[in-house]
Design a protein around this ligand. Structure first.
Ligand code: SF4
Length: 389
């Protein structure tokens, strides 16, 4: 299948010049980056959708409304597959999850081309594509044509109806979800219900809507918001209502809201998950690659068959070889608990790499996880919690 042309310009997206790329935030110049859900390829940046809580604020890129490429798909695929952290059939991959939407008309042909290039390698890695934009029946035909990669389409739907916060109409994502789910043969579809923000989109009506939509997905993830400094500054500068008074480095998800959602769990049409990788792996009938099974309280809402898969797959790593591996990556292993390998001095990307390869949680000693909080921020959790160590 040749690269399709852009629907609006009839040309592939232009590639930024070297000078233009040099002026970008260093984080955006890095096309391949290791994130929690996998090795992430971001060779296109720029987005017109204007979700005000967008992570692009943190890269000083929010004003770039026209998507542009940093390189072509061949080069991006090569860079991904040759990355020292990439392992065929193991490393989860995410496409275009940082600075654009992969299903925008001008971006979509490039997303599909990248999927084709990866699939033709014969690799079975998970590939995650997250969108809130339009998925058409003809897109589903292409998505169904991939035979090797384990492809998951995550459709972001927040239900936020305050256009100052999120100008994109949530009905677009709702329609995409239904279109993609109705035609899914070789790929899986997740309702990515996020960000859920108290007072903004957590009314009973919002919860009812999410329950309705969950019938059009193989699994549903519910999660909160990163409200980082740069996003808060944007809200202040633009007179927008601030969503939280604090700015934690983890996702915010208050306990009471979680309880309200879980109380009505029976009404959901697909299983609910707190973690993206749990939903993705459930949808494909394999064990979670992040080793969340060690954080056992996460599993209280998981289907029995999936718990069994994760239980069979999860094993405590060998101390000596893990310590040596951590050292090779530039850090120090402190201990292995029943839940996680505890390390010091490893940046997040390397922790994620190790986590995916061990299938066991890898936590930084300086960022302790608390039992029952699932790695989320402290805001909205009232009971003092014991640390996991
Ligand atoms: S059993 Fe636990 S770790 Fe495995 S998918 Fe379910 S919630 Fe996630």
């Amino acid at each position: 299948m040749p690269l399709e042309v852009c629907a609006t310009t009839r040309r592939p997206l232009p590639i930024l010049t070297a000078d233009q790329q040099a002026a970008l935030d260093p984080g955006l110049q890095r096309v391949i980056d290791y994130r929690k859900s996998g090795l992430s390829a971001n060779w296109i940046i720029g987005c017109p959708l204007d979700c005000t809580y967008c992570v692009r604020h943190t890269f000083a890129n929010f004003e770039m409304k026209l998507p542009r490429r940093l390189m072509d798909e061949q080069s991006a695929a090569r860079m991904l597959l040759r990355n020292k952290h990439f392992r065929p059939h193991v490393t989860p991959i995410q496409l275009l999850n940082r600075a654009t939407d992969p299903m925008l008309p001008a971006v979509k042909p490039h997303t599909l081309e990248m999927l084709r290039l990866l699939d033709e390698q014969g690799i079975t890695n998970h590939v995650l594509v997250i969108t809130r934009w339009r998925i058409e029946p003809q897109d589903c035909a292409v998505l169904n044509s991939f035979h090797n990669i384990r492809l998951t389409i995550l459709v972001t739907h927040s239900g936020i109806d305050d256009a100052r916060i999120e100008p994109v109409d949530s009905t677009i994502a709702a329609a995409s979800l239904q279109t993609a789910f109705a035609r899914a043969e070789r790929y899986r579809v997740i309702l990515y219900w996020r960000p859920i923000v108290p007072g903004l989109n957590d009314s009973d009506a919002h919860l009812d809507r999410a329950r309705e939509l969950s019938h059009f997905a193989h699994a549903t993830v519910f999660t909160g918001l990163f409200f980082k400094d740069q996003i808060r500054d944007y809200y202040r500068d633009n007179g927008l209502p601030e969503l939280y008074v604090d700015n934690p480095s983890r996702k915010i998800f208050p306990e009471r809201l979680e309880q309200r959602i879980l109380t009505h769990r029976g009404g959901f049409g697909s299983p609910l998950f707190r973690k993206t990788s749990c939903a993705v792996t459930f949808a494909h009938g394999v064990a979670d690659y992040n080793g969340h099974y060690g954080v056992r309280e996460l599993c209280d809402i998981c289907p029995v068959a999936q718990i069994k898969r994760c239980a069979e797959d999860w094993r405590r790593p060998d101390e000596a070889s893990t310590a040596a591996w951590v050292q090779r990556l530039g850090g120090e292993m402190l201990e292995i608990t029943n839940r996680a390998v505890i390390v010091e001095g490893l940046p997040e990307g390397r922790r994620n790499f190790l986590q995916h390869n061990l299938g066991y949680q890898v936590n930084d000693i300086n960022r302790p996880h608390h039992i029952g909080r699932h790695g989320r921020a402290d805001i909205g959790w009232t009971h003092p919690q014991e640390t996991t160590r």
